[in-house]
Write a protein of this length. Structure first.
Length: 226
């Protein structure tokens, strides 16, 4: 059957000479996988490969057969054209980190509208920020826990994994407390070194909470960005 839905691109891999297999987190069906033919051909219309870059927001008309692991897209268009994420080097790297993290976190093939809306609105806000966005990915990971079912009630509740107390020194924890309670539009001044340590701390928290979360390859890039 054919359905309309919005989607957030997580990643894609090349398939054969001109096609791709793309993972998209959809509003209607959760995480889904699609094959898109001829998208890498030089004759492809209007540079369609740009539609499937990580975190791109799409309006989709899709085929959805529950007994198939890979479905097809009937129609696609950009839901929200980005003004800065693909063009700002720092934002682009943060976007790569977020898309890799989300690809590891979003596994369910079922509708979760609050989670979808949170991710969509957060990314749009991030795209619209013109300055002081260096903490966005940290705040995003903290807020995301509320939609994944293991939200800490207070910053100290993040210290649940073995060795947590030793992983974050007190001066860094002071900054984490401020980020914990702040909205995206509140900037907490800190240093790149502090951000790096807090980010590693949060990823260890996620690894403790979610089986198979594993390592984030783009973490090293984020350290260099800080």
């Amino acid at each position: 059957m054919i359905f309309k839905t919005q989607g957030i691109v997580l990643n894609y891999v090349k398939f054969r000479e001109t096609s791709i297999i793309v993972k998209i987190y959809t509003e209607a069906f959760g995480l889904k996988t699609y094959i898109v033919n001829n998208v890498r051909s030089t004759r492809a219309k209007s540079n369609r490969i740009a539609y499937y870059q990580p975190l791109t927001l799409l309006d989709l008309v899709i085929y959805n057969r529950e007994n198939k692991d890979i479905n097809r897209i009937s129609e696609v268009k950009i839901l929200h054209p980005y003004h800065s994420i693909p063009f700002d080097h720092k934002k682009n790297l943060i976007g790569i980190f977020l898309s890799e993290s989300l690809a590891k976190l979003l596994k369910e093939e079922e509708q979760d509208t609050p989670l979808f809306e949170f991710i969509k609105k957060s990314i749009i806000f991030f795209d619209q920020q013109t300055m002081q966005f260096e903490n966005f990915h940290i705040q995003f990971l903290i807020k995301l826990t509320h939609y994944l079912g293991f939200a800490p009630q207070k910053p100290e509740d993040l210290c649940t994994f073995p060795g947590a107390k030793d992983a974050l020194e007190e001066p860094f924890f002071v900054v984490l407390k401020k980020l914990f309670i702040s909205n995206f539009d509140v900037y907490v001044k800190t240093s790149g070194r502090v951000r790096s340590q807090i980010l590693e701390f949060l990823l260890k928290f996620y690894q403790y909470q979610i089986d198979g979360f594993g390592e984030i390859k783009s973490l090293q890039i984020m350290k260099e960005l800080q």
